[in-house]
Design a protein around this ligand. Sequence first.
Ligand SMILES: [Zn+2]
Length: 309
Amino acid sequence: MPVTRDLPHVALSVRAHDREGARRTDEDWLTQRWADDSTRVLVLAGTRLRPIDGALHWVRPHQSPVGTRVLLGHVDGVTRFAVIAKPDDVEGQLGEWLGLRALFPRLIAGDEALVSEVPWLFHAIGLAEWHWATRFCPRCGGDLESTHAGHQLQCTVCGKPQFPRSDPAVIMAVTTGEPGSDDERILLGRHASWPEGRFSTLAGFCEPGETLEDAVRREVLEETGVLVGEVSYFGNQPWPLPASLMLGFTARALSDEIEVDGTEVAEARWFSRADLRGETEHGIAVPTGISISSSLMESWLGEPLIVGW
Ligand SMILES: [Zn+2]
C-alpha cells in the first residue's frame, strides 16, 4: 500500500498560496495591493532570481525595478507579486542571479529555507519561463501584451490570447516480484549524462493523443525494454524547467529482461529494498528531498531514503 502522507514532495501542495485568480483583472484592487506597504515582490531578471542567504529575497513594491508585473497571490494577508525585469535592467545592480537549475542541489537536499517557499518560487519561475519563451503571437506573429496580472498574453494585432502551459511528463516506480516480499524489485535507470552509480525512477513526456498510462508503458519499454501492465496514479509535482508537470505512477512489470536504449538511459537495473538501503554491494546515489522521484522510492521502500544526491 503506497504511503501518501508525509512524503517530501507533498510539502509543495501543503504550503500552496491563494492565487487570487478572480482578482487578476481587477485593476483597482491590483493597484491598491501594489500600494500597500505589507506587499512583497520577488524580482526576476528574465528567468533568474537572486536568493540572499539561501532564501528568496522579497522587496517592497517601491524597491522593485520596472518589468512585467505578475500577481502570485497571498498567504496570511500578505499579497505577493513577481516582477519580471529585463536582465540588462537589473543584473549589473544586484549581483549574482541564479536560474532554477542552480538552486536544484538545495531543493533536492530538502533545504528548509528554500523548500518552504517552493510554491512561490515555482509559480514565479514557471510564469517567467513562459513569458521568456512566448515572444510573439503564434497565429500572426504580432506583439503580445501581458494581461490578467501576468497570466495571459494577448496579441495586439489579432487578439488571440495565449495561456501559460504545463507539459505533462510521467515518472514511474516500476516493480517486479511478489509485492511486499524480499523478492520484490524496483526498476531504476541512470541517465546518459549522469555519473556512474547515480540512479532514479524512469520518466518521460506524454505525447499528443496519448493517455498517461500508455505514456508510462511506452517510455519504460523504449528506455529499458521492460513490458508494463497495471499502472496506478501516485501523485504529482510541478517542475517548471521550463514547464513540466510531473505525474507520478506506480507500475507492475510483465517482463524483467532489461535492454536500455543507450541514448536517454545508459544503464538500468532492478534493485531490492536492501539495495536501496545501501546494505548491499550495489552502493548507489538516488534523489532525496522534495522530488517526486524520491517520494516514489520512499513509498515503495517504506522508509526515508538516506543515499541522496
Ligand atoms: Zn496575433
